[in-house]
Write a protein that binds this ligand. Structure first.
Ligand code: GP9
Ligand code: MN
Length: 703
């Protein structure tokens, strides 16, 4: 036994033995932290495998550096790296607990902006258990200091260091390859910092984040007030005054923005085997008080949902690659709809059944001035409640009713659904319409999840009607982007009842619903060509909020002068006259007319293209150069991100305070009695459950 202990001790007392111990302890510590401290959302065996693997490559590379040094230098370099790693891990754990995100370089640089929140609560955030991350490094340090482990003074063996670093590099390529297989465009689209850590580890995340932040900083520093002035001149030249017929027509009403995930216009009135797929949405679309647009296009790029949100609430385009929200949401200045409405007496809130970190909402929403963000952590989430990215729509909407009724009125509430999302999976219990039969797996489920979303929407509308919210709200309903991508040409043709589809057909396939409902609006189908970029000026005009002072790239859809050239993120465009897709120009019958245009028509098309290019480049300049920091719209007070917290406990106490100050919520108007029972759902998961079981921390005494 003794000799065994000695043997082990001797082995560990070699430089390589100590190195192995450092790597293994670091690996175990990281892995435990992954599981116990973060919500990385590991959902398949590949992700599980990568989570085990991902601490190793960088451990081999970083600690491997020490193998190029001699004697005690080698040991102390390993220990110093280990201490830095442990402190970094610890800091991330604490930060994550409060902000549901990893530390970004931007946060470190602007520590003041968050320190208000963090400083107050640091003692509340830290849990004794968190210190486990230091156990390994403390033990190792003691062993070296007390000389239990003796320093190996033999000369450096270069081979060891080289092999370690190379092995790290090889393992990292394997990690990266597998990660891209499981999640294509992982870095290109940077969905969520959780994803980077889940697939590639904390070290890669830190390095990658430092690199992107540096790149951004350089561009930001080069930008100047002059750039802003150019942009301002351009947006001013495109500005359209509001249509007097509509200006202020909905002043003071609540606003709902209901986000239909991946919902395309072709689904409206679409039938499968003679059966309507979305009867409730169709009814809403044709309602006598709904203004429905049938030439409204999604204009998103890689940022998908986040691009849609950026356009809708800022009238800024997404980026040519990546996402404004993930890359700039935490650092840039914005003049967004929630902040503007807040300053006009609105309570502002966003609802979503996914984790708050996705698309960096948890940071971006603060910069946009959202007072409340009811993300997944505000919802009861039992087994079977989730599908794909998060809560099933019916459960999500039912549970949301407990928060809606508490918002002081008027409010601006954005409700982001989720179930109708690629790959369009639905459990048997919830599937109540057959799939289509194109034979393409990713396409055929689409009508089924769309039907489910439609039922959820129907339940929600009934709730609004019962509670009276239907009458005193303007309800905007929109689809964020395509559900079926252009890679599925054959099934698309089949769904549309065509033999094949042309690039023009595919461009028209990018239409998504956009509807505005209010009891005092005269409804009808409006054929104006427009897109997501136009929503902000349209809404502000309806609410009677002057918006000339804001930098917006869209135009009021209700103004007959709307220019109707709809830019796509790749520089293509569509319009009621000519559309340009790739190198082809189409007329509005979908025929290629490149060779048939007169000189005047050609000039017209060139001008349209020039304007589209200007819109996109100027918008990019605003985002990349953070130009709004140089701009101070009249009558608008810039938000202070530190004023907001989306931490469940603190935000709920804010909401209670808000309720006391402004007793105008739906519940207040109902003499303090809850109205959640007005929300009926047939969600099988909630069958037989009482309010106590359905709603998170339901307090019947208070309700
Ligand atoms: C996730 C959801 C989906 O929270 O918004 O985003 P998408 O993949 O559609 O961009
Ligand atoms: Mn989406």
């Amino acid at each position: 036994m003794r000799s065994l202990v000695k043997k082990v001790r001797d082995k560990l007392s070699t430089r390589l033995g100590f190195f192995a111990m450092v790597v293994v302890l670091f690996w175990i510590t990281s892995y435990i932290a992954y599981w116990t401290e973060f919500n990385l959302g590991v959902s398949d065996p590949m992700q599980q495998f990568l989570l085990v693997l991902n601490p190793i490559p960088f451990a081999l590379i970083l600690f491997g550096i020490a193998l190029f040094f001699r004697g005690k230098w080698s040991y102390w370099i390993m220990l110093v790296i280990d201490w830095i790693e442990s402190i970094w891990l610890f800091a991330n754990i604490e930060y994550y607990r409060e902000f549901s995100d990893f530390i970004t370089m931007g946060v470190i640089k602007s520590a003041g902006a968050v320190s208000n929140n963090l400083g107050l609560s640091i003692s509340k955030i830290i849990r004794p258990y968190d210190f486990f991350v230091f156990i390994g490094v403390i033990v190792l340090t003691i062993l070296v200091v007390t000389k239990v482990i003796k320093v190996d003074n033999r000369p450096v063996r270069w081979r060891q260091g080289i092999i370690s670093v190379l092995a790290g590099a090889v393992l990292f390529s394997i990690d990266l390859g597998c990660a891209y297989k499981d999640r294509p465009q992982l870095l290109g689209r940077t969905f969520d910092n959780n994803y980077i850590v889940k697939y590639l580890g904390m070290n890669f995340y830190a390095g990658y984040n430092a690199y992107t932040t540096h790149r951004q900083t350089v561009t930001r520093e080069r930008a100047s007030r002059k750039d802003l002035q150019k942009v301002r001149k351009y947006t001013e030249s495109r500005y359209l005054p509001p249509n007097v017929q509509y200006f202020g027509k909905e002043r003071g009403k609540n606003v709902f923005v209901f986000h239909l995930e991946s919902f395309q216009q072709f689904l409206i009135d679409y039938k499968v085997n003679g059966r309507e797929v979305t009867p409730n949405i169709n009814k809403f679309y044709h309602d006598q008080h709904t203004l429905s647009f049938d030439n409204f296009f999604n204009q998103v790029g890689q940022g998908k949902t986040s691009d849609a949100e950026t356009m809708l609430e800022n009238s800024l385009y997404g980026l040519p690659s990546g996402s404004v929200m993930t890359e700039y949401g935490g650092s840039n200045t914005f003049d967004a709809v929630p902040a503007i409405l807040d300053q006009h007496g609105y309570t502002t809130a966003s609802f979503h059944g996914d984790v708050g970190s996705f698309w960096n909402r948890v940071n971006t929403y603060k910069a946009w001035g959202y007072q409340y963000f009811f993300d997944k952590s505000y919802y009861n989430d039992r087994k079977g409640y989730d599908i794909g990215y998060g809560l099933k729509d019916k459960i999500f909407l039912k549970e949301s009713s407990q928060y809606i009724e508490q918002l002081p009125q008027p409010f601006y509430a954005k409700i982001i659904t989720l179930t109708n999302h690629y790959p369009y999976e639905l459990d048997k219990k919830n599937a109540s319409i057959p799939k289509t039969t194109t034979g393409d797996d990713t396409v055929d489920g689409y009508v089924q999840t769309a039907h489910y979303l439609d039922q959820a929407f129907g339940e929600w509308i009934s709730y609004l009607k019962k509670t009276g919210l239907y009458k005193n709200s303007v309800i905007i309903v929109y689809g964020d982007h395509y559900g079926i991508s252009n890679n599925h040409k054959k099934p698309i043709a089949q769904l549309l009842g065509k033999k094949s589809v042309t690039p023009y057909d595919l461009a028209m396939f990018q239409k998504v619903p956009f509807m505005i409902h209010a009891e005092n609006l005269k409804g009808g189908i409006n054929h104006t060509y427009g897109g997501e970029i136009d929503v902000m000026p349209t809404l502000l005009d309806l609410l009677g909020i002057h918006d000339k002072q804001y930098i917006m790239f869209g135009q009021d859809l209700l103004n007959p002068q709307h220019d109707q050239t709809v830019a796509f993120r790749d520089g293509d465009f569509v319009s009621p006259t000519y559309s340009k897709i790739g190198s082809r120009i189409y007329n509005n019958q979908g025929q290629v007319v490149n060779d048939k245009l007169t000189a005047a028509e050609k000039k017209q098309v060139d001008e349209m293209q020039e304007d589209v290019n200007k819109q996109l480049t100027y918008s990019d300049k605003v985002v990349l150069g953070d130009l709004l920091r140089f701009y101070h719209p009249k009558g608008f007070k810039r938000v202070n991100k530190a004023d907001y917290t989306y931490n469940y406990t603190r935000a709920m106490s804010e909401l209670r305070k808000d309720n006391k100050k402004y007793p105008t919520s739906l519940k207040d108007k109902n003499h303090g009695k809850t109205l959640v029972d007005d929300f009926s759902t047939d969600a099988p998961e909630l069958k037989g459950l009482n309010d106590n079981q359905i709603y998170k921390n339901w307090d019947s005494g208070q309700n």
